[in-house]
Design a protein around this ligand. Sequence first.
Ligand SMILES: [Mg+2]
Length: 126
Amino acid sequence: MNVLVVDDCSVIRYIIIRTLKMSGLKVEEIYQAENGAQGLHILDKNQIDLIIIDINMPVMDGMDMLKEIRSNREKSHLPVMVVSTESNEKRIKSFGRLGAEFVHKPFTPERLRDAVLQITGVIDEK
Ligand SMILES: [Mg+2]
């Protein structure tokens, strides 16, 4: 499984990546981007199986990136996880309507792992 992690905070990206690696999931390539625009560029050039995106980012935020993914003919089906401090119920529901799993920041490693399992349908290998 190749994963794209999009967050403007390098520490959060590091935590997400470390959690993925420790989760027992079969993670191969991990790509990183600092904003939605960079993320879409990487998505365009690589084989990605799971996308994890932050919402509040400069240049292009996670909501715009998610909408772009869902309107892209080839990539619209990809599993997307939104990992954000967002607490507005309406906004959180709108991620769900766009087919994204929502994980609140800060998250526990278990919560992140469970959300990845749920959205990818991958059976735990441990
Ligand atoms: Mg952010």
